[in-house]
Design a protein around this ligand. Sequence first.
Ligand SMILES: NC(=O)C1=CN([C@@H]2O[C@H](COP(=O)(O)OP(=O)(O)OC[C@H]3O[C@@H](n4cnc5c(N)ncnc54)[C@H](OP(=O)(O)O)[C@@H]3O)[C@@H](O)[C@H]2O)C=CC1
Ligand SMILES: N[C@@H](CC=O)C(=O)O
Length: 394
Amino acid sequence: MTEGITTVTIPVLLLGCGGVGRELLHHIVTSRDLHYKRACLSPFSHLMLFGLVLRVVGVCDSRSLLLVEDVATMGFDDAFLTEILRIKSSSSSLSALVDFGHCHLFKDSEATTKILDIACLLGRTTGLSVVDCTASTETVGILKETVDLCCCIVLANKKPLTCGIDDYDKLISNFRHIRFESTVGAGLPVIVSVTRVLASGDPIYRIIGSLSGTLGFVMSEVEDGKSFSKVVLAAKSLGYTEPDPRDDLSGMDVARKALILARLLGWRINMDDIQVESLYSNEHGPNSMSTEDFLRIGLPSLDRDVQERVSAASSRGKVLRYVCVIEGSRCQVGLQELPKDSPLGRLRGSDNVVEIYSRCYKDSPLVIQGAGAGNDTTAAGVLADIIDLQDLFH
Ligand SMILES: NC(=O)C1=CN([C@@H]2O[C@H](COP(=O)(O)OP(=O)(O)OC[C@H]3O[C@@H](n4cnc5c(N)ncnc54)[C@H](OP(=O)(O)O)[C@@H]3O)[C@@H](O)[C@H]2O)C=CC1
Ligand SMILES: N[C@@H](CC=O)C(=O)O
């Protein structure tokens, strides 16, 4: 420890070690020096110096929980975190790491019980950050219990916030302890912007945006003459899509983002209240075929339809964009034909854009634009959320 610097430690428990979760661990390891020394650059550094240390106490995948030997004092060292990355990148289970020693492995219901034990031990004293980088609804129960144990919650996963309204209310009941910036716009500061505008007493009456990195990328690539199926597969390999890309193509992923924003505005609505346009029909849905079959057989069968729609729009001098509108009592997501030179029409690749209209931002909306998908930018958003929580524990 550098002399004169007080250390602030945030214990982190990671749920989900896929594309985003692994990238988060990588960012934690590579940003250690920055986090430790950052406060020294603060204008107030002559008053108080503190170094921030993120202590990863546990990592969970769909099958098991890997824990440090002593959660009260230890964190996985960087060599071990790097080994977790290596093992999970090769699609192996976390159980492969038990041989390395200095850790414990828990499975199934035992893992859930253990997570709650840790939350109980560390929540009130240290504000354990429980970070959800899964794409599962199964984490909601754990997250709700950790709220009561005074833990902090950081979400990339949209599903916990888009379940029933009671679950939502519970999760945000301690608003200072939850961050979910990456659920909308990946690393873009959308949630914080909406929250700040609302907190200033400036009512937001309209949000319009293009909020799917995948659909933005797909539409602009198909405009350039590439085949829909190939472009969706490329979006998947670039880390833009959900684990099952049908979540993107059905509009459900954008609908979840719309619901999170609408609920943030105070709307008491559920998924059923959102009009959602899907790019495929039921015969290609999860009840009819597996993800693998959809990628192999279903996707190519959609090529012609999507190409025709894109070409028809182009013949009218327009482009197709998947648009989210929250206004009046309407919350709607779907394809729109837009002028090529409009703010949404000009979007390329995985970029998102969000326009926020309020009393202060009436004639000229507050616009947030930039990369809206990808493991790197999403994990960066999650890490910034974790760092943002540190002020609660000085
Ligand atoms: N990629 C992006 O651009 C963005 C992604 N997000 C969100 O980030 C989240 C993660 O996405 P991504 O990393 O691509 O997903 P992946 O499918 O790559 O990873 C999901 C991880 O969660 C684990 N998991 C599944 N169920 C559970 C469970 N019940 N408990 C604990 N772990 C579980 C999986 O385990 P196993 O390894 O055993 O399969 C896997 O490690 C998603 O919710 C997504 O919507 C948000 C914004 C942008
Ligand atoms: N699948 C999503 C990822 C971010 O939420 C997208 O394509 O925007």
